[in-house]
Design a protein around this ligand. Structure first.
Ligand SMILES: [Zn+2]
Ligand SMILES: [Zn+2]
Length: 138
């Protein structure tokens, strides 16, 4: 049996903790204007894991079903205390997976994204390692 890495994600107050096994199914950054607004940051780093590999270790969460998403059936979960952290799911984009914002791991050893989407929409001061493939669109 190979030893899989374990990563720990937390909301900002630390009440909601997730534990994740293994390597991400999909690991990308997006610098589109929509992701800048949704994340409140210059880029969004979202990571998909198999549902079976994600455990909620502690904390309570509330769920929200956002309207007007580009992918339907999106469910977002947030810490009940601070409203941060959490995870999301989409039944149609990558079925059977959970999406976690990489920033909630706050782990310098977390795997780098494979590629970036909408690179042309990035703020002018953003740069990324050359190993990260740059896509003009989706
Ligand atoms: Zn919290
Ligand atoms: Zn985006």
């Amino acid at each position: 049996m190979s030893q899989m890495p374990v990563f720990h994600a937390k909301c900002s107050c630390g009440a909601l903790c997730l534990e994740v096994d293994g390597d991400p199914v999909h690991n990308h950054v997006c610098t589109c204007t929509r992701c800048q607004r949704a994340s409140g940051s210059a880029l969004a780093h979202n990571v998909w894991f198999r549902e079976d590999d994600v455990r909620i270790v502690s904390g309570d969460y509330s769920v929200w079903f956002p309207q007007g998403e580009t992918t339907p059936d999106v469910m977002k979960a947030f810490c009940r205390i601070c409203g941060g952290g959490g995870f999301s799911k989409s039944g149609t984009y990558f079925p059977g997976t959970v999406v976690i914002a990489a920033g909630t791991f706050a782990d310098p050893s977390f795997p780098a994204p494979d590629h970036v989407h909408w690179w042309g929409d990035r703020p002018h001061w953003i740069d990324l390692a050359d190993t990260i493939e740059r896509h003009a669109g989706n």
